[in-house]
Design a protein around this ligand. Structure first.
Ligand SMILES: *Cc1c(COP(=O)(O)O)cnc(C)c1O
Length: 381
């Protein structure tokens, strides 16, 4: 069994893939070829934003969004410590200070009720992460940001493309949405790629220029930029995958919901994670929560496990791969610890990071494989 099965998808779209790739080989416009604009239009229409700017990776999308917002040394950017390192890395790269706000124990997304107390006169942006595929409390966060003087909100939607929040699509929930097309993401290409989404014309223009070395016209460099384009071939791969994406999203929702249902029904003692559990050691499997007003695309299906290493070993023996997203909150990582404010306390992220374990997931996970995973998870130690 594979942790993320990409082969079944490839077999299903092989003819379109071959056609799309050979079209690019025939026209030869490997950089900024027609597939780039076609993909940007397709994705902007899907999420409902005015602009989509494709870039070379999800990390680059986050970096370019901070550059477009003119985040500078001395500024503070609020974010979650419980995420992939890129979210905080880009803050440090532009010379700003990441301010880590603790997470909710049951969704493991940033706790919106704790943000306001961390806003200072230096706060120039908030980066939320739609972790494992579920958006955070975006309306509450947008409201806090607006009331604090229109602080821009960036959604790191690298794990949530296709998810919804109150009927609106991830990446269209705040000032800027960022996505990653890393192969294993919900919409992945065959290499690196990413995109920024926004309804703001000025930010869109700035991002387009920053993507090509801050260039407004050929050899006119109006601002400092990066080499951040997405290549035509990767756009062609995504266009070949696109007709299947909607089905994949519904598969992901179903498989994720089935996981939760099956775990709660068959794993002895399993129950949803609650705030109370956080006060003491957990003794049996806990499922994470999906809020009623949103959907998740389950980039990862993740549970909390009392004795993680033993469970991972047992699953491995049964041929079932697992992963840990993420073992250490970023404010405890060597490179970030020194950057953190002295009073940065994230006890919930600390606790959660010791118990998370992700199970095989993807639109092509078979019901048989899923049953097998649950069976091993439910076995007595
Ligand atoms: C994958 C990921 C990124 C980075 O995307 P790349 O395309 O690999 O640069 C950023 N943030 C989160 C939450 C991610 O999961």
């Amino acid at each position: 069994m594979e942790f993320i099965d990409l082969k079944t998808q490839q077999a299903a779209i092989k003819p379109q893939l071959d056609k799309r790739i050979s079209d690019v080989l025939a026209h030869g416009r490997y950089i900024m070829g027609p597939e780039v604009a076609e993909l940007e239009k397709t994705l902007a229409d899907y999420v409902g934003t005015k602009h989509c700017i494709s870039v070379s990776s999800g990390t680059e999308a986050l970096l370019i969004s901070l550059m477009a917002l003119n985040i500078k040394p001395g500024d503070e950017v609020i974010t979650t410590p419980f995420t992939f390192v890129a979210t905080a890395e880009v803050i440090a790269l532009v010379g700003a200070t990441p301010v880590f706000v603790d997470i909710e124990p049951d969704t493991v997304n940033i706790d919106s009720t704790k943000i306001k107390a961390c806003i200072t006169s230096k706060t120039k942006a908030i980066i939320t992460v739609s972790l494992y595929g579920q958006p955070a409390d975006m309306d509450e966060i947008n409201k806090i940001a607006r009331e604090a003087g229109n602080i821009p909100v960036i959604e790191d939607g690298a794990q949530s493309f296709g998810a919804t929040y109150k009927g609106r699509k991830s990446c269209n929930l705040s000032t800027i949405g960022c996505n990653s097309f890393f192969p294993s993401k919900p919409l992945g290409c065959y290499g690196d790629g990413g995109a920024l989404f926004t309804n703001d014309d000025t930010l869109a223009q700035a991002s387009r220029e920053i993507r090509v070395h801050g260039q407004s016209k050929r050899y006119v460099h109006t601002r400092i930029g990066v080499g951040g384009r997405m290549d035509t071939l990767q756009c062609a791969v995504l266009l070949a995958k696109w007709p299947r994406f909607e089905w994949e999203v519904s598969q992901r929702e179903k498989i994720g919901a089935d996981y939760t249902k099956m775990i709660l029904e068959t794993v002895p003692g399993a129950r949803p994670m609650s705030a109370q559990d956080f006060e003491g050691p957990i003794d049996t499997v806990r499922t994470l929560s999906l809020r009623d007003d949103r959907t998740s695309v389950y980039a990862q299906y993740t549970v909390l496990i009392p004795h993680r290493e033993a469970m991972q070993a047992r699953l491995k023996d049964a041929g079932i791969p697992t992963a840990v997203h993420y073992p250490v909150p970023l404010n405890k990582q060597p490179a970030y610890e020194a950057l953190c404010k002295k009073d940065c306390q994230t006890p919930i992220a600390q606790f959660i990071s010791q118990h998370v374990m992700s199970l095989p997931m993807g639109p092509d996970l078979t019901p048989e494989d899923q049953k097998q995973i649950i069976k091993v998870l439910a076995q007595k130690e």
